[in-house]
Design a protein around this ligand. Structure first.
Ligand code: M6R
Length: 360
């Protein structure tokens, strides 16, 4: 029931702080130590490489997971597109472990990979899903639930943030199990509380984002999101949100790649939304902003507080850089929502799309 909300998508965006709290309660002890199946962690600890399989938004959450597993558990990790991986002959590592990210648990492309994992590669697997007893839940060796509550809008929002939070729990648990110092030092309990508060502050201030959507996205034909590292991964997700419900031709780019081709697309007034949450690359992305600005782009910045300058528009609270995607994606979700509304579309049921994609 969407109560007083005009669309489920807005309700689901607003629910994200509560979802993070539920994940904390379910998977972390008060002391912050993750409570996960030891047998699963033992199997993961033997892996020399983790493959994270997903489609669409779930693939984008997998890209963020790559960074989480490499930093916190020091395991080489690769996010792969289910629809590609299912039909290639990858040279797998000796001891692979597969993580399936799927909100619905029914995505046919992802299932196709799981069938190969079970029959051909005979490797251990974990499905992280929102739907208990779904196909991918049942067929994997281990399973964890997203605790996000039903997601009704076709555009996935709270499932994405829940996927990242659960990946962080697993990465922290695995890192602790392997005695990786970065995992011990990472106060996930605290960071998730900070993330929930930060998201709450952003959703409480929606009016600001609505104004920006009205100004920059009401009539534009195209739009670009740019960023580096995990900001690039969020740029991909942000662009997908905009495409699928506002029908604006939107692309997410690694900002360093602009001058290798994409910048040719920038015209007077083209909206370019830059994500800056990583200290190491902030000045590089700022350089890219200048390049597009000098070609007439209408630039909007989404920047974490600790890296912000007075000229930045959407300043978001800063927490651990590893978990900034939980926060920086929220203004992008809201921008897509308001752009869709501005253009008069049915936000929850975009054309040509189904909530769960059960054909390959
Ligand atoms: O249920 P799944 O997470 O496996 O679904 C994967 C994609 O179909 C899904 O994330 C899709 O990209 C969303 N509509 C994006 O908002």
């Amino acid at each position: 029931d969407r109560g007083a909300y005009p669309y489920y998508m807005l309700k689901e965006i607003d629910e994200q702080p509560a979802v993070l709290h539920r994940i904390q309660e379910t998977y972390l002890q008060d002391s912050g130590i993750p409570v996960l199946d030891q047998e699963m962690l033992n199997a993961m600890a033997k892996a020399d490489r983790i493959y994270i399989v997903g489609a669409g938004t779930s693939y984008h959450a997998g890209l963020v997971g790559q960074t989480l597993f490499e930093k916190l558990a020091q395991v080489p990790t690769q996010a792969v597109l289910a629809s590609e991986f299912a039909y290639t002959d990858p040279i797998l590592s000796k001891h692979p472990f597969f993580i399936f990210l799927t909100q619905s648990g029914e995505t046919a492309d992802s299932r196709q990979v799981l069938v190969r994992v079970n029959e051909e590669w005979q490797a251990p697997s974990l499905t992280i899903t929102n739907v208990e007893n779904s196909t991918l839940y049942r067929e994997a060796s281990y399973q964890l639930l997203l605790q996000a509550g039903p997601e009704i809008a076709v555009a996935s929002t709270k499932a994405y943030t829940a996927q990242i939070a659960v990946e962080a729990v697993v990465a922290k648990a695995l890192g602790t199990r392997k005695q990786v110092p970065a995992a011990d030092a990472f106060d996930l309990q605290h960071e998730l509380s900070l993330a929930a508060n930060a998201i709450q502050a952003i959703v409480d201030d929606k009016a600001q984002i609505k104004t920006v959507a009205h100004k920059d996205l009401a009539t534009t034909r195209n739009a670009f999101y740019i960023g580096r590292g995990v900001d690039y991964f969020v740029a991909l997700e942000a662009a997908l949100k905009l495409k699928e419900i506002s029908y604006i031709q939107a692309e997410g780019f690694a900002s360093g790649e602009l001058k290798h081709g994409t910048i040719a697309l920038i015209e007077d007034q083209t909206p370019v939304i830059a994500l800056i949450t990583q200290a190491r690359t902030a000045s590089h992305t700022r350089g890219n902003i200048q390049e597009v600005q000098s070609r007439g782009a209408q630039v909007l910045t989404i920047v974490s507080e600790n890296l912000a300058k007075t000229s930045d528009q959407l300043v978001i609270p800063s927490i651990s850089e590893l978990l900034m995607p939980l926060i920086s994606v929220v203004p992008a979700q809201l921008l897509a929502y308001y752009a869709s509304l501005e253009r008069g579309y049915n936000v929850d049921q975009p054309r040509n799309l189904a909530k769960s994609v059960t054909v390959e």
